[in-house]
Design a protein around this ligand. Structure first.
Ligand SMILES: Cc1ncc(COP(=O)(O)O)c(C=O)c1O
Length: 456
């Protein structure tokens, strides 16, 4: 057989034409979204004031296994997909490992991350419903950037609430969003009731994703012709991101390869849920049994130290309740440089799979993450995003274990994005000012104290 290429690009024609809905193959469904007052499951119509109708349907549809990707979405996907499946020959050599390391690179588009895969879908369905615009939150800025691109493409207005610390640290992210026509407000702000309440409580807060979500949901539900969209956590977002895994599996099949280990970083779970989807299908249907590992920051350890409980998705308590691994909606993560991983909760689908023993999770400290990022950048010539570098850390650690045991395992990890807007993080790493914060049990308890009462 010919040597496996450094980068394998599927052709446009080979790109998947359907998303895969992992819930259809799960033995037990994730627990339903609940109304926070009545604790009753929310019917689809109850979500219409927040989400556009097709997306509300996808959110609650646990049965349809494959869903056609509408043609206009495929057309925009083709501007940057299929994304390459890369063989990390240089990293393998540098580590001296017998392991074969592959990574699926999602940073090859202007937004610089996988977030565009769902942004395009969500903007398309909003346009199809005849809406005027969308509102959203963004932490590190990748999701806001992706959504601004998608809204510009489909001709929708966009209001972005950007976590205040990121707004101040990353002015160029804001400028990119503005270039695509988005209106960007630092959160918490005085423009919403939720924002004013949070500011009254703590005028100097740097904000959090949970606060920004409250503001964006309030703005969407109080303005005619607007709906809210979220870049992670939700079932619909994992559905759209399944294209990452479907392409990866197809490309590996062409190479006659199959991963022993699949690794992804986990913020709200969208890239990981997308990457693992077809491999988890194989596991659930008994076809294969790869290890699946979620990697999270030690400073925001939802899987590894969180509780599996019903919680609000936001700080201002305007969202439904979701059952997930959570640190509590009031948990304020330390200012880790991987802004996209600073979220108190986790995808309900992944939470259920983790709870039922289908996947593992590990947490890593940020200086160890940047050691891996720099080592990777030097040999693979891609500057990774801090979030993605969590997966690199774990892949390197697994490859080094193979070096010890002499096993030639096949490792696949998700390289979700590039880090060009994260240079202050790289700078802190280089000048030795980067610190690791691992919350104490007492600090975590203050977050757990904000969990709402659990349904009977
Ligand atoms: C590059 C990158 N990777 C990963 C993530 C984490 O999000 P998720 O867990 O939804 O994939 C983010 C979130 O902003 C991101 O920007």
């Amino acid at each position: 057989m010919a040597k496996i290429p450094h980068r394998l690009y599927l052709t446009e024609d080979q790109m998947p034409k359907q998303w895969y809905n992992l819930r259809a193959d799960m033995k037990e469904q994730p627990d339903p979204l609940l109304h926070p007052g009545t604790h009753q499951p929310l019917p689809e119509e109850a979500l219409y004031p927040i989400f556009c109708e097709k997306l509300a349907h996808q959110e609650l549809d646990g049965k349809t296994r494959y869903i056609d990707i509408p043609e206009p979405i495929l057309d925009m996907y083709k501007l940057y997909r299929p994304s390459p499946l890369c063989r990390a020959y240089n990293l393998e050599k540098a580590l001296g490992t017998p392991a074969k390391i592959y990574y699926k690179f999602e940073g090859n588009n202007t937004s610089g991350s996988h977030k565009l895969n769902s942004a395009i879908a969500q903007a398309y369905y909003a346009k199809e419903q005849g809406l005027k615009g969308l509102t959203t939150e963004t932490g590190a800025g990748q999701w806001g950037t992706a959504l601004s691109e998608a809204c510009a493409y489909f001709g929708l207005d966009l209001k972005v609430f950007m976590v205040k610390v990121s707004y101040e640290q990353k002015p160029y992210r804001k400028a990119v969003m503005q270039t695509f026509g988005a209106d960007v407000t630092p959160s918490p702000s005085n423009t919403t009731e939720a924002g004013r309440a949070i500011l009254a409580h703590d005028p100097n807060t740097g904000g959090s994703l949970g606060c920004a979500i409250s503001e964006a949901v309030e703005m969407a539900t109080t303005q005619e012709g607007y709906r809210y969209v979220l870049g992670s956590v939700l079932n619909q977002v994992l559905l759209h991101q399944s294209i990452i895994g479907l392409e990866s599996r197809q490309a590996m099949e062409l190479l006659d390869e199959y991963p022993d280990i699949v690794i992804g970083c986990a913020g709200g779970g969208s890239n990981l849920g997308g990457l693992i989807a077809p491999f988890m299908r194989d596991k659930l249907t008994g076809k294969a049994d790869p290890r699946i590992i979620a990697v999270e920051p030690a400073s925001c350890p939802s899987f590894t130290r969180g509780k599996y409980a019903y919680d609000f998705c936001d700080t201002g308590h305007v969202t439904p309740l979701a059952r997930m691994y959570t640190l509590g909606n009031g948990f304020m993560p330390a200012s880790n440089h991987a802004g996209g991983l600073r979220y108190h909760g986790m995808s309900p689908i992944l939470s259920k799979l983790y709870h039922d023993g289908y996947m593992e999770a590990t947490s890593v400290k940020q200086t160890d993450v940047f050691d891996a990022a720099v080592q990777f950048a030097k040999v693979e010539t891609i500057l990774p995003a801090p979030e993605s570098s969590h997966a690199i850390r774990c892949a390197i650690d697994e490859a080094l274990k193979c070096k010890e045991t002499g096993e030639a395992k096949t490792i696949l990890f998700g390289l979700t994005g590039t880090g060009y807007f994260d240079m202050s993080a790289y700078e802190a790493y280089h000048n030795g000012t980067m610190r690791n914060h691992v919350p104490t049990d007492e600090e975590l308890q203050t977050g757990f104290d904000t969990l709402p009462g659990q349904p009977e």
